[in-house]
Design a protein around this ligand. Structure first.
Ligand code: XMP
Length: 319
């Protein structure tokens, strides 16, 4: 679409003017918005861009390597990967209350980002993937009902205290425009059409206390869900699809032996705006394959459930 390529060209020119010879840092999450921002900055100022990926230990299978591959091999950015799994898991130890989990993850994220950003001596600008809906939402009543449902955290929400001048090249765009812009900038379809993933990552899908062992189970189950929905050609027909590890054990039977193992819930929703959502009517055969594979391949799981709740009254994430 010619309009979007004009927009991209104009934004790139604007960024060059604004930045001059200074350095820009950009947090990467593996998601669409931060990737599009980084790709745009890279086109505009190339070697003056430094990207930061905080691996909080709560990422999906292969997520770190996907980001590294895209932003060092394809876009040859100066990418700093911070392996902070131990720090995040230590903060989360013993914590099962969802808001407190979110609070700690948000806090650790800012701390890690700040530490890394401060090492980049000449950093002057911070690029963020703020979208038009974020701009509108933050103008809304901050104490309104929506604000109190879940504490939101994402890479685009770093506080002013970091002291950088902001660059927000997606401020005028809606999500579908950001996706088209991503394709225009040369990002692969697999990244551009990726389902959204919350800032607190797998922690809000590992119900109750988060441990390394539970994350291993959840990550393996989630990868199977995604593989199967892609194999069925239905990934793009759903808005968000993932696995949740429930904080419950149930009885099963394996061969002659009784098992007492974990349960995985599969969540898949269709939505236009993520404010309301309906559960996806996935084919039974697909659900059957997902269930069989998870139970056979993921050690410690003997039961799979499908979440048939709409939003409202349920939310998309379980925490
Ligand atoms: P809920 O669970 O509130 O989620 O129905 C609505 C959408 O928001 C995503 N989500 C988040 N995204 N930081 C994010 O960037 C967060 O803290 C967060 N919490 C939920 C969720 O995945 C869904 O797409």
């Amino acid at each position: 679409s010619w309009q979007l390529s004009d927009f991209a060209e104009a934004s790139i020119q604007k960024i060059r003017q604004q930045v001059g010879s200074k350095r820009v840092i950009c947090g990467l999450s593996g998601g669409v918005d931060s990737s599009v921002v980084a790709a745009m900055l890279y086109k505009a100022i190339g070697p003056q861009l430094t990207c930061i990926l905080i691996d909080n230990g709560l990422l999906r299978k292969n997520e770190q390597s996907l980001v590294i591959d895209e932003f060092t091999n394809h876009f040859k950015t100066d990418l700093h990967v911070v392996n902070a799994e131990d720090k995040f898991l230590a903060s989360l130890a013993g914590i099962s209350e969802p808001q407190e989990k979110r609070r700690r993850i948000g806090h650790d994220f800012i701390e890690c980002f700040k530490t890394e950003a401060n090492e980049i001596e000449d950093a002057h600008f911070l690029a963020q993937g703020t979208l038009y809906p974020d701009v509108i939402e933050s103008g809304a009543d901050p104490d309104g009902p929506a604000a109190t449902i879940k504490l939101h955290h994402n890479v685009g929400g770093l506080p002013d205290e970091l002291g950088f001048e902001l660059i927000e090249p997606l401020r005028d765009l809606f999500k579908d425009e950001v996706r088209r812009l991503g394709l225009e900038l040369g990002l692969p379809e697999s990244l551009v059409w990726r389902h959204p993933f919350p800032g607190p990552g797998l922690a809000v899908r590992c119900l109750g206390e988060v441990t390394k062992d539970k994350l291993v189970v959840l990550r393996a189950a989630d990868a199977i869900v995604i593989e199967e929905i892609e194999a069925a050609g239905l990934y793009r027909d759903t808005s968000q699809t993932f696995a949740v590890l429930l904080p419950v054990q149930s009885v099963g039977v394996m061969g002659d032996a009784r098992t007492y193992d974990n349960a995985i819930a599969v969540r898949s929703v269709n939505t236009d705006d993520f404010m309301t959502a309906d559960w996806s009517r996935l084919p039974y055969d697909l659900l059957a394959r997902i269930s069989t594979r998870i139970i056979n391949e993921v050690q410690g799981v003997n039961r799979v459930c499908y979440d048939i709740s709409s939003k409202p009254p349920a939310t998309i994430e379980w925490e």
